[in-house]
Unconditional design. Structure first.
Length: 88
């Protein structure tokens, strides 16, 4: 087995642990922690999708992960703007 092949599985496992930690952080009462946790989960899932798609030769995994990263970022910014209110 190739060391790169094994390291991809290790990274996917580490991303799963990262998603669980982010879900735990998003369970706190503050809205900002929920926003941060959901953003981390979406980004970790997109990276894991890239790795798993490359391992198993799935189709359209790059497009789906790019859309997840883009819309996750846009949703996070939009939600932060709505919560921020007016500065004037």
């Amino acid at each position: 087995m190739d060391i790169l092949f094994i390291s991809k599985y290790i990274v996917v496992f580490a991303l799963m642990i990262m998603m669980l930690a982010a879900l735990r952080a998003s369970a706190y009462k503050s809205t900002s922690m929920g926003l941060l946790g959901s953003s981390v989960v979406v980004n970790a899932f997109a990276v894991a999708l890239l790795l798993v798609g490359d391992l198993y030769n799935l189709g359209f995994f790059r497009d789906i992960s790019l859309a997840l990263i883009f819309f996750g970022f846009v949703g996070t910014i939009a939600f932060a703007v709505v919560l921020g209110g007016d500065d004037g």
